[in-house]
Ligand binder design. Structure first.
Ligand SMILES: Cc1cc2nc3c(=O)[nH]c(=O)nc-3n(C[C@H](O)[C@H](O)[C@H](O)COP(=O)(O)OP(=O)(O)OC[C@H]3O[C@@H](n4cnc5c(N)ncnc54)[C@H](O)[C@@H]3O)c2cc1C
Length: 407
C-alpha cells in the first residue's frame, strides 16, 4: 500500500528544505524529493542578506553555516563612478550578510530537513503531478535507477524553481509579469581579497558585483541588458572583462587575481504566481521570481518557507480554512516584496536612474545614516517604499543642504 504523507515537497534547495524542516518539526509527515543529489551546485550567485541570515538563526542553523568558514560581510558598497555609497546592510541584532556556496548552504538545509524527521529522497525526478477531481493528490516520479513510483500527499508543495513542474501542471494565475531584463555571468577568483565587503559597481548599461565566499574565493558577477544577451553570449569572457574595465581600480585588482572556475549565468523572467490551490502550494522561485540584480531570491525563499509552512499548519490544524490561510500567505508575501520587485526590475534595465534619483543618491553619499539605510534598502532589510518615502527623501536632501550651508 502506498504511504500517505501530509505534505510532499518537490525541490530541496532554499525554498523546499526549510519548508520541510518547519513542517516536520511541527510533527507533519513530510516527503521531500529532488532530482539533484547533495552537495551540488546550481546556476546562482549566493549573497544571503542579513534578513536571510536571521532566518537561519531562527531555525538554529546559523552556527552550522559559520562553522563552514564562510566569511562574514559587514559592508555593502555602491560605486556609481563619480562617488561611492558605503553602508551596513543589517541591523544591530543581525548586522552581517554571507555569500555561502550553494554546494554548502543547500546541503546544510537538506541535512536539517532529514534531521527534522522529513523523509528525503535525493536523485528522485518528479515526472508528473497527479490530479484527481481538479485536486493535486500526489506525485509520480522515479529514482535514478528505478521505475515509476507514486506517492500520495494531502498537499503537494512546488519548491521546484523557475521551471516548476507543479506550476506547469496546475497553471496558476500569473501577474505583474515582466520579461527578462538582464543577462548576468559569474565565476570565482583567488587572490582577490574583499575585506568583508560586498562591492557593487553601477555603470551605464553595465553592472558588476563582487563578494567573498568559501575557500578564500571571491565571486564576481557582471551583467548587461537582455537586449545584448544573444550577441554577448558569443564572447562571455570578453564582455565580462570589458564590463569590469569600466571600474579601472577594480580591474587592476582582478588582473592580480586568478580565475578558478568556468563562467556560469543566465537571464530570468519576472513574475508573481498565485501560490495555492486545491491540494497544492508554491514557495520560492516557483511562486515568485525576479531578476537577481538585488540578490533577494534565497532570502525570499526562506521567507516563503516560513509563511507557507505557517499557513499550512493553520490549515491542517483547523485554525483557518485552507483558502483563508493560503490567501494570507499570498498577501503577506506580495506586500513584503512588491516595492522591492519594482525597484529590482527598474535596476535590472541598467538604465541611468532619473535625474531626481541621481540627485538623491548624490545626497546619500557622505551621510552615514542615509548610506546605511541605502545599504539596508538594497539588502531588503527595509523596504524601498520606506527608503523612497517623501519624508525620508526630504530629510536626506535637507541634511545635505544644512551641510552645504554650514560648510
Ligand atoms: C545568475 C543568478 C544569480 C543569482 N544570485 C542570487 C544571489 O546572489 N542571492 C540570492 O538570494 N539569490 C540569487 N539568485 C536567485 C536564487 O538562485 C533563487 O531565488 C533561489 O535558488 C530559489 O530557490 P528555490 O528553492 O525556489 O529554487 P531552486 O534553487 O531553483 O531549487 C529548485 C530545486 O527543485 C528541483 N527540481 C526541479 N524540478 C524537479 C523535478 N521535476 N523533480 C525533482 N526535483 C526538481 C531542482 O533540482 C532544484 O534543486 C540568483 C539567480 C540566478 C539565476
Amino acid at each position: 500500500m502506498t504511504k500517505v504523507f501530509d505534505v510532499i515537497v518537490v525541490g530541496a534547495r532554499c525554498a523546499g528544505s526549510p519548508t520541510a524542516i518547519l513542517l516536520a518539526r511541527k510533527g507533519y509527515r513530510v516527503l521531500i524529493v529532488d532530482r539533484a543529489t547533495f552537495p551540488s551546485d546550481t546556476v546562482s550567485t549566493h549573497i544571503l542578506h542579513p534578513a536571510g541570515v536571521s532566518a537561519l538563526s531562527r531555525w538554529g542553523l546559523l552556527d552550522r553555516l559559520t562553522a563552514t568558514g564562510c566569511p562574514p560581510i559587514h559592508t555593502y558598497t555602491f560605486d556609481f563612478g563619480s562617488f561611492t555609497i558605503a553602508g551596513s546592510p543589517g541591523t544591530e541584532e543581525a548586522p552581517l550578510a554571507y555569500c555561502p556556496r550553494r554546494t554548502i548552504l543547500d546541503k546544510l538545509l537538506v541535512d536539517a530537513a532529514a534531521e527534522s524527521g522529513a523523509e528525503v529522497r535525493e536523485g528522485f525526478t518528479v515526472e508528473e503531478i497527479l490530479i484527481e477531481d481538479d485536486r493535486a493528490i500526489g506525485i509520480k516520479g522515479h529514482a535514478k535507477q528505478g521505475g515509476s513510483i507514486i506517492e500520495r500527499g494531502d498537499i503537494v508543495v512546488g519548491a521546484d524553481g523557475l521551471r516548476s513542474v507543479v506550476a506547469e501542471t496546475v497553471q496558476p494565475e500569473q501577474y505583474d509579469e515582466k520579461p527578462p531584463l538582464l543577462a548576468g555571468y559569474y565565476t570565482y577568483w583567488s587572490g582577490l581579497p574583499m575585506d568583508g565587503r560586498f562591492e557593487q559597481y553601477i555603470r551605464e548599461n553595465r553592472g558588476f558585483a563582487a563578494a567573498p565566499t568559501h575557500e578564500d574565493l571571491t565571486l564576481v558577477i557582471a551583467g548587461w541588458p537582455y537586449a545584448e544577451f544573444a550577441q554577448n553570449k558569443k564572447d562571455i569572457e570578453g564582455n565580462y572583462l570589458k564590463t569590469i574595465e569600466m571600474a579601472p581600480a577594480f580591474a587592476d585588482r582582478l588582473r592580480a587575481a586568478k580565475r578558478e572556475a568556468r563562467f556560469a549565468g543566465m537571464a530570468v523572467p519576472n513574475y508573481f504566481r498565485k501560490p495555492y490551490g486545491p491540494g497544492w502550494a508554491l514557495v520560492g522561485d516557483a511562486g515568485y521570481n525576479k531578476d537577481f540584480i538585488t540578490a533577494q531570491g534565497i532570502m525570499d525563499a526562506f521567507h516563503d518557507a516560513e509563511l507557507g509552512a505557517t499557513a499550512l499548519h493553520k490549515a491542517f490544524s483547523g485554525m483557518l480554512t485552507f483558502d483563508t490561510a493560503m490567501s494570507e500567505y499570498q498577501h503577506t508575501r506580495d506586500a513584503r516584496v512588491k516595492a522591492m520587485y519594482e525597484f529590482t526590475c527598474q535596476l535590472a534595465t541598467l538604465k541611468p536612474p532619473p535625474p531626481e534619483m541621481q540627485e538623491l543618491f548624490g545626497a546619500v553619499h557622505g551621510n552615514q545614516k542615509a548610506m546605511d539605510d541605502f545599504a539596508r534598502m538594497s539588502a531588503g532589510t527595509i523596504s524601498p517604499a520606506e527608503f523612497f518615502a517623501s519624508d525620508n527623501v526630504n530629510a536626506i536632501m535637507a541634511a545635505t543642504q544644512d551641510k552645504q550651508a554650514s560648510g
